[in-house]
Write a protein that binds this ligand. Structure first.
Ligand code: DCP
Ligand code: MG
Length: 456
């Protein structure tokens, strides 16, 4: 079976847009959201003690889920490709003096306290002898594709969660491979043989537990949690270990006296609902291992909700020409990605972050759907004029288009006639521009005003 291009669409986005690390978080949040709202398919559990675990797992239609997560993914690939880096602290994200953040780091660097999303200069302070490398997005996407192909050999029900992480529905596979442990070992061996990389696998009866299981055994682990072991292994863990519970929720739960997963699982759902709305009872069910959302196959992956790009200036700037040129560049990237994905959108959002980190987002909508960058840019410029405050310097700008559709609904009006002609001309031109970029690279052809972009 071929890999769904839609999936790789967002993998490319997630990885190639590496300057914007927050994007990974966004991808995760999107999936997490879907995860929580997936209410269907709660599984009814047989009471413990009635059957042996093996028999119970073989029960028809009972879901067994594998979660697989590569170890220190970007850093491990660099260590694999350059033996001089092996067993050394390696930090991926760019030069330590730059304003970016750590994308990931090798386990050797983690010992010094470095971690993903930490500012690079802080990582340098903690681990001065680390080797700092830039993010090589294209390389990681290539490895990710190969990884997903390996996993697909085992189960067509493969749901990627991020560039190096996926759920697999492995229900019934234990019979073919003797046991779940054997299956896990075999997959780990294939990945090691074919990609020379290690991963960690968690297996349980739901996605949330499988993810928790892998998280407990990193790196190079294989951890199976049976339902009977919930109370012994899972309940004593802090709530924070549960996928989707961040710092704020952890604090809110603590105010209710809920510290461990067991506390949460046993807490009255009605009380949780009062504080957290409909997510409250879902959290409790997840904690009790009863939130049994299905593993989606690649074909069923939800469509991307928006397409966006951001840029952080090397130095905060109030050079309007420079900002405009950068915006144009971002819009071109957005338009190109939309055309590649064959989607059009209706709402354009401009994001500005000032030097003091104050962030503003403003949006406006067309009455038609577009992936034409000329049209997107004129909306972006309108937004820019509305919100830009000349008194402060800008740190970051971003443009995104949302309300995406795959085909434009018929009968929508276009704006004024001049604008219509310009858009039509652009629509005729853009396929050729795309072909030139496909053949000669992204920088082979630019809009003239993009030439105003200064080298940073
Ligand atoms: N990533 C990123 N920015 C983040 C988090 C992750 O760019 N804030 C990238 C780099 C990681 C990759 O995504 O290599 C996978 O993310 P993981 O959270 O799985 O982290 P690692 O695979 O690096 O380490 P681990 O062994 O903890 O899974
Ligand atoms: Mg990983």
């Amino acid at each position: 079976m071929g890999i769904n291009p839609r999936f790789y669409g967002w993998i490319n986005e997630a990885t190639l847009k590496t300057a914007n690390h927050a994007n990974f978080v966004n991808v995760r949040l999107t999936y997490l959201h879907l995860f929580w709202v997936q209410k269907s398919g709660f599984s009814a559990r047989a009471g413990p003690g009635d059957r042996t675990q093996k028999e119970e797992n073989m029960q028809k239609n009972k879901q067994r889920v594998m979660h697989l997560d590569m170890d220190a993914f970007f850093a491990a690939i660099e260590q694999r490709d350059n033996p001089a880096l092996r067993h050394k602290p390696v930090i991926i994200g760019g030069p330590p003096g730059s304003r970016g953040v750590v994308s990931t780091c090798s386990y050797e660097a983690r010992r010094y306290g470095a971690h993903s999303a930490m500012p690079l200069p802080t990582a340098k302070k903690l681990c001065p002898h680390a080797i700092f490398l830039p993010v090589n997005g294209a390389k990681y996407v290539h490895v990710s594709r190969r990884l997903m192909k390996i996993l697909q050999r085992y189960s067509p029900q493969l749901e990627p969660v991020s560039v190096d992480e996926a759920f697999l529905n492995i229900s019934g596979l234990a019979r073919i491979y003797k046991s779940e442990k054997e299956l896990g070992r075999k997959i780990k061996r294939d990945i090691l043989d074919e990609l020379q990389l290690t991963c960690t696998i968690g297996i349980a009866s739901s996605k949330i537990l499988a993810k928790l299981a892998s998280g407990l055994n990193k790196p190079d682990g294989l951890n199976i949690i049976e339902d009977e072991e919930m109370e012994r292994i899972v309940y004593p863990l802090p709530v924070r270990k549960l996928w989707g519970i961040g710092e704020a929720t952890e604090k809110a739960l603590a105010r209710l006296g809920i510290k461990t997963i067991g506390n949460l699982a046993c807490f009255p759902e009605l009380k949780l609902k009062k504080v957290f709305g409909k997510n409250g009872p879902l959290m409790a069910r997840a904690a009790a291992g009863k939130l049994d959302s299905p593993v989606h196959g690649l074909e069923e992956l939800p469509a991307e909700k928006s397409v966006g790009h951001e840029h952080t200036f090397r130095n905060d700037t109030d050079d309007v020409e420079q900002i405009r040129a950068q915006l144009l560049l971002l819009v071109q990237r957005v338009g190109r990605r939309m055309r590649k994905r064959n989607v059009r959108g209706k709402t354009v959002t401009l994001k500005l972050r000032y030097e003091n980190f104050e962030t503003h987002t403003h949006r406006t909508s067309l009455n038609s759907y577009t992936n034409n960058e000329g049209q997107i840019f004129s909306l972006t410029e309108q937004l820019w004029r509305q919100i830009y405050n000349l008194k402060r310097k800008i740190r970051l700008i971003g443009v995104s288009v949302s309300h995406l559709v795959e085909r434009e609904p018929a009968g929508l009006e276009l704006p004024f006639r001049d604008e219509q002609l310009r858009i039509k001309a652009d629509d005729l031109l853009l396929p050729t521009v795309d072909k030139i970029k496909d053949t000669y690279g992204e920088n082979a052809i630019w809009r003239a005003s993009g030439l105003l972009l200064k080298r940073e």
